[in-house]
Ligand binder design. Sequence first.
Ligand SMILES: Cc1cc2nc3c(=O)[nH]c(=O)nc-3n(C[C@H](O)[C@H](O)[C@H](O)COP(=O)(O)OP(=O)(O)OC[C@H]3O[C@@H](n4cnc5c(N)ncnc54)[C@H](O)[C@@H]3O)c2cc1C
Length: 543
Amino acid sequence: MCWCTPLAAAPVAGGRFPLSSLRSHRRRGRSVRADASPEPEADTQRKKVAVAGAGWAGLATAHHLVKQVCLNLRGDRFIPSAFVFSVRRAHTLVREYEVTLLAAESGPTEEVGLRGFWYPYRNIFSLVDELGISPFTGWTKAAYYSPQGLTVEFPIFHDQPRLPAPFGMLAYPEFPSLPLIDRLTSIPVMTAVIDFDNTDTAWMKYDAMSARELFKMFGCSQKLYKEVFEPAIHASLFAPGKQCSAAATLGMLNYYMLSHQESSDFMLCRGEVEDIIFSPWLKSLELKGLKFLGNRVPTSLAINKDTACVSGIVCGEEVHEADAFVLATGLSPLQCIIKNSPFLHSQQEFTNVLHLSTIDVISIKLWFDKKITISKVANVCSGFDDPSGWTFFDLTSICDDYTDKSTTVVEAEFYNASHLLPLNDEQIVSEASSHLIKCIQDFEGATVIHQLVRRSPKSTMHFLPGSYKYTLRGSTTLPNLFTAGDWIVNRHGSFSKEKAYVTGLEAANRVVDYFGDGNFAKIIAVEGNEPHIETRSKATGCY
Ligand SMILES: Cc1cc2nc3c(=O)[nH]c(=O)nc-3n(C[C@H](O)[C@H](O)[C@H](O)COP(=O)(O)OP(=O)(O)OC[C@H]3O[C@@H](n4cnc5c(N)ncnc54)[C@H](O)[C@@H]3O)c2cc1C
């Protein structure tokens, strides 16, 4: 990504941008030169932007805005592009935005635990290239388990000959105990999945229904649902199918599993995302002028009643004033902000958000006293202890820190884990160990020599049936307030981190549009449907 993003690459995030801002974009795109260093101290009328939340979404917004620079002639006026080349020596580049990033912790953080990066994460992969870092393992294989043992083993799909979607997903995984007749019952529902186009109409059509009802309606066998789809839903939406919106499930399956054969392939971060990705990323942003303020927990928003705009983010005793604001704190902190802000609390758009639910997660890192053979690095388990699903990862083969040791280090994450929250660490570890033994017998003779238990209550959105109508968009009725995060409504079609990152860029674009100054971030679209699917969708006029 560069300062001179071509106009054609400007995304249409939640609507079309007005012509005036596109014109200023085109002008600036031609006049800004990358060979001059911006002068952060130069005097300009810089617009102040405050971003709350230093996860993927908040960092993405800051990332784009701190790169916006414009020309300034002797520090007193901006000059038109036609004039630039004749007076080039006299100009300086100045930062257009003064960006402050407010973080709840001392540094940028992710929700919890360890993270997978899927094949379609094109925007995040492009960011990683831009940062010049190599945070990932190679492509990794996964397996699903039920209390009866292994149910599915997935290959690395892009190593297999490419079949038209969704047949690769039917043909290449190994299902030790799932008869072909059960697998064939997936075809009708797969058709619905690949037709799901993430439009408002599609969401409204399926959101009131649960995923469980959807699979029943399409005739999916119970065994197939239990052994394949239920674990996929648990691992991506963090709750069982009967508690998840059918629309969210269709969107998720479309993005991660069925629209292209290789969509299910993923890599893992070779350590904590905070250390390996966020830390160098934040450093690069600070070098570009970002003001990072840690340990600031926003409690409410201050509103200017005359302008009906936000005037500041209140963090305890401090008020951080700015001209525009992006809230990227995640759902649960935003709900607290709404409850504490009388103006927001009087607006339907924001009180709607209070109807949304969140999910508790427990993450456990266990060190075992011996080497244990874990055939797949990433493992998804479901049906053990309804309503919670869980995953475990062999950190010994992922993280540089744990390789070549005589121990085995495993990370397990329990989703929808409210029933585990009141237990003490020993009880949680004992629960996790007994679950692990059901999947891999070798754990039986191994002793836990060290443990780390992290409780993350309300850590992620619960996509309950009927949630869609309560969910915020990236723009709000307050003209200078924007939101970002993996839980808001957008039309990109991605999920999880990639969606959070994309909504962060979209929020930056909304800020640029609001001020009418700067370049729009280039957002890479999700790969389009394969031609046979496109033809089918057009013929049936699905949505
Ligand atoms: C258990 C689990 C496993 C997951 N695994 C994966 C995976 O493998 N791959 C994947 O792509 N995605 C995964 N996700 C989803 C992914 O973590 C999210 O999509 C992503 O973290 C969302 O980023 P965000 O910036 O929107 O929000 P968050 O990551 O929630 O970031 C919000 C930021 O705001 C900060 N904050 C919190 N409260 C406040 C406050 N009051 N004020 C200011 N700041 C605050 C937080 O500390 C954080 O820095 C997983 C999620 C969970 C819960």
